[in-house]
Design a protein around this ligand. Structure first.
Ligand SMILES: [Zn+2]
Length: 139
């Protein structure tokens, strides 16, 4: 563990994701070892540590029954609303990202890429993960 690369929070290199981020993409670590870790400093406490896994070697989550999906979708519904663009992202917003994925682009970049329809966040269908199958929020 001591040889693991350690990144500062939010600065982890691309291609790595926390277990929760993988889950939001419909993936799981799949038995792979931790590739790196990120640390978020906290006052007077030990840093918050998150372990990162490689996305390219992650595996799809195990098949779940419709009843399981329904229960999960219900529990996760509120967490799928992007705090930035207020839309249902179609998957649980990874807390470390804080918004639907394309929102990580700088606002200026996003505006340049997608002048119409807000800051260029992904419509729910574009990143269809398992969470989008059930329980899509309706107004
Ligand atoms: Zn968004």
């Amino acid at each position: 563990m001591g040889a693991l690369p350690v990144y500062r929070w939010r600065l982890a290199s691309d291609g790595l994701a926390t277990r929760r981020q993988l889950r939001a993409l419909g993936l799981r670590p799949g038995g792979q070892d931790v590739a790196a870790q990120v640390e978020r400093p906290r006052r007077r406490r030990d840093p918050l540590v998150a372990y990162l896994y490689r996305i390219d070697t992650a595996k799809p989550v195990r098949p779940m029954t419709p009843a399981k999906w329904a229960a999960l979708a219900k529990a996760n519904a509120a967490r799928r609303i992007c705090p930035e663009c207020r839309r249902d992202a179609g998957y649980v917003i990874p807390p470390a990202l804080g918004m639907c994925t394309p929102g990580r682009l700088s606002r200026r970049t996003a505006r340049r890429i997608s002048p119409v329809g807000g800051p260029g966040h992904t419509p729910p269908t574009a990143l269809a993960g398992p969470y989008s199958r059930e329980g899509v929020l309706t107004a």
